[in-house]
Design a protein around this ligand. Structure first.
Ligand code: TRP
Ligand code: ZN
Length: 500
């Protein structure tokens, strides 16, 4: 502290001296006011800046170590050469284009495992240290506020299996007998690339992935090129729109692909693991209709393309990776299209709620999961009518009532069980209750204005409530308190639903 003040003092003194030295001869040395137009010529090289270390966390209320402060990433280029698909041993170069939001003597990235060979910042070799998931990089020259900078990290090894405090399953880059896949929510991205790992810092992505034949690569966005090198193939994917880090996916395997277009013209490309039965695509046949239906309900589909990727491995879940939702084989039952379509609709609805409008803080997760879950109900209503939706709501209400002890109120999930049933089902009931409170027309206007206002960015619970209050003209404070934060499930009297 004292040292820094001392340095500042020296800088100020040096600047004064240099001013005096280069003052135009017509000015007497006693002049204290230098005309502002002259200052540029006074110090041709900018004085050294006072710079601090960037924060090791972005300020998430549940996961203070996630993300980092002091800079804003615009673009990631992941250049990965997978040497052995069975172990995912790879050589990686991740290049990050960012902008400093403060003067930085050092800054952090989140990165797990691998051996780091070199880190280069703005073309100059940088020093670095590692402590758990925190990678601290000290550039040879401090970074100045508002200036763009480039970081290149070269690394090698196999992604480590990562566990998250948030969710009791393995996340990140996962290798299995037929290839590998990536499902990262909330903090698995650091398992394969150095990253500012928080949805608050979205960026666009380039993926250049080289795999041995006969493997193929699928990733977010559009396939721009594939280069045949004889024994290997390089696939180049680009995302048009910024994306939260946890939605980045690179999936390696042998796939059957299927392309189509929605009636409104949204391109669809689906990937099915080649070892899956041929009829695996049945539950995806109505994705075009779903995209158009959700577009007319929420607002235009946010991205350049959509599609599903089905793995032939039991994952027990599915994830809404941007432009490409990934499903475990146990989520898809071609013999039960109606039920599977609800999962398909759920992941698709996340493209609006979660992917385009992303949480500002992980405690806002109900803004993703309750909206996607309620969208399952909306798809039921679209295909089978309002009565069918009411039946579904009654079932969900019964489920939440019976299992309340095992879930959190939607607005206060615990850090060690982020994706508990409360943020899905309890919150979906809350959205239906909101619809009954304000009426259908106002309810859908709320969803549309909320989406429109926050598309491509981030929103928190207070932002959604503000939109709901503005659009409805009602004070909804007590309503949202009872649905989001109360430990007791609120009644839905219109459907005769209450806890006792
Ligand atoms: N967001 C997923 C869903 O649609 C659930 C989920 C959270 C998940 N984290 C995950 C799935 C990690 C796979 C891997 O409900
Ligand atoms: Zn979900």
């Amino acid at each position: 502290m004292r040292l820094r003040k001392f340095n500042v003092l020296i800088i100020v003194v040096l600047m004064m001296i240099s001013c005096v030295q280069v003052l135009p001869p017509t000015l007497t040395p006693t002049t204290t006011v230098v005309p502002p137009t002259k200052t540029a010529t006074v110090s041709p090289t900018p004085p050294p800046v006072e710079a601090d270390a960037g924060a090791a966390g972005i300020g998430d209320s549940l996961y203070p170590g996630l993300g980092n402060g002091g800079y804003d990433v615009q673009h990631y280029t992941l250049d990965l050469t997978v040497n052995d698909v069975s172990t995912s041993n790879l050589d990686g170069i991740t290049t990050i284009e960012a902008r400093a939001t403060e003067n930085l003597s050092s800054f952090n990235l989140d990165f797990i495992g691998f051996k780091i060979d070199t880190i280069v910042v703005n073309g100059e070799s940088a020093t670095f240290g590692r402590d758990g998931q925190e990678l601290t990089i000290t550039p040879s020259t401090p970074l100045a506020k508002n200036q763009p900078f480039t970081v290149e990290v070269k690394y090698q090894g196999s992604p480590e299996s990562t566990s998250s405090t948030a969710i009791p399953i393995q996340i990140g880059w996962i290798s299995f007998s037929q290839g590998s896949f990536v499902m990262s929510e909330p903090d698995g991205a650091a398992d394969f690339y150095p990253v500012n790992d928080h949805p608050l810092d979205k960026a666009t992505y380039t993926f250049r992935v080289t795999v041995p034949k006969p493997f193929e690569v699928a990733a977010n966005g559009l396939l721009k090129e594939s280069d045949d090198h004889g024994t290997t193939t390089t696939y180049l994917f680009e995302t048009r729109d910024p994306m939260a880090s946890y939605l980045a996916t690179i999936d390696i395997g042998d796939f059957n692909t299927e392309t189509m277009e929605s009636a409104r013209g949204i391109p669809i490309r689906n990937y099915y693991a080649a070892t899956l039965p041929k009829d695996v695509n049945k539950p995806f046949a109505r994705q075009g209709e779903m995209l158009d239906y959700f577009s007319s309900t929420f607002g235009p589909y946010p991205f350049e393309v959509y599609g599903a990727l089905v793995l032939n491995v039991q994952v027990g879940t599915a994830l809404e990776n941007q432009t490409m939702s990934v499903f475990g084989n146990d989520m898809i039952d071609p013999q039960n299209v109606k039920e599977t379509e609800l999962t398909v609709a759920h992941e698709m609805a996340h493209q609006w709620f979660g992917d385009s409008v992303s949480v500002a803080d992980w405690s806002d997760i109900w803004l993703n999961e309750s909206f996607a879950t309620y969208s399952e109900g909306l798809w039921i209503e679209h295909t089978d009518g309002r009565k069918a939706l009411d039946e579904w709501i009654k079932n969900v209400y019964g489920f939440v009532r019976e299992n309340q002890g095992r879930m959190s109120p939607p607005g206060k999930p615990p850090a060690d069980d982020l994706f508990n049933a409360g943020v899905y089902y309890w919150g979906a009931l809350g959205l239906h209750a909101l619809r009954l409170e304000v009426g259908d027309e106002t309810f859908f206007k709320i969803l549309q204005s909320y989406y429109k206002q926050y598309a491509g960015g981030n929103a928190g619970t207070a932002d959604f409530i503000a939109v709901a209050e503005k659009v409805s003209g009602k004070d909804l404070g007590a309503f949202f308190d009872s649905w989001l934060y109360s430990d007791t499930l609120a009644p839905i009297p219109e459907l005769g639903l209450r806890t006792k």
